[in-house]
Ligand binder design. Structure first.
Ligand code: 5GP
Length: 119
C-alpha cells in the first residue's frame, strides 16, 4: 500500500490505447471492459480515467462520486444483460488484500445460484 502510482500498469496502458481491451462502456470519467480471466461469465472491470490512484484510498474524493456513478451504471447494465441471481461489486487494496493491478478498479461479477466462482 505504500508505493507510488506506476503509469506502466496494464490498466493505464489500456486507457492510453497501448493495450487492447473489450470495452463495454466509456465516458469522460471511466472505462469499463471485460476481465481477461473472468471469474464468471460477464465479469467486468470499471476503472477511473485521468487519475493516478492505485486504490480506493488514493482516489481524490471529488472524483470518487462521479466514478462510483459509472460503477453503478455498469452494474445495472450487466444485471439487465445477463439477469444473474446476484452481483458481486468489489475491489482490493494492496497485494495482501488480493490486488494484482495497481490502478483502481471495481470488479462486477455476476453470480448464478449454485455455481462456483472460477476461471
Ligand atoms: P485485482 O486482483 O487487482 O483486483 O484484479 C485485477 C484483474 O485484472 C484480474 O481479475 C485479472 O484477471 C484482470 N486482468 C489482468 N490483466 C488484464 C488485462 O491485460 N486485461 C484485462 N481485461 N484484464 C486483466
Amino acid at each position: 500500500l505504500h508505493d507510488t502510482y506506476d503509469s506502466t500498469n496494464i490498466f493505464a496502458k489500456i486507457l492510453r490505447g497501448e493495450m487492447p481491451a473489450v470495452k463495454v462502456y466509456e465516458d469522460d470519467t471511466a472505462l469499463a471492459f471485460m476481465d481477461v480471466f473472468p471469474q464468471a461469465e460477464g465479469h467486468t472491470l470499471v476503472i477511473p480515467k485521468d487519475v493516478e490512484a492505485r486504490n480506493l484510498l488514493e482516489m481524490p474524493p471529488e472524483k470518487l462520486g462521479p466514478y462510483m456513478l459509472v460503477v453503478q451504471k455498469v452494474a445495472k447494465a450487466v444485471e439487465a444483460a445477463l439477469k444473474p441471481d446476484g452481483l458481486v461489486v468489489t475491489q482490493f487494496n494492496g497485494a495482501p488484500a488480493g490486488q494484482t493491478v495497481y490502478h483502481l478498479h471495481f470488479h462486477i461479477i455476476p453470480r448464478i445460484e449454485g455455481q462456483a466462482l472460477g476461471r
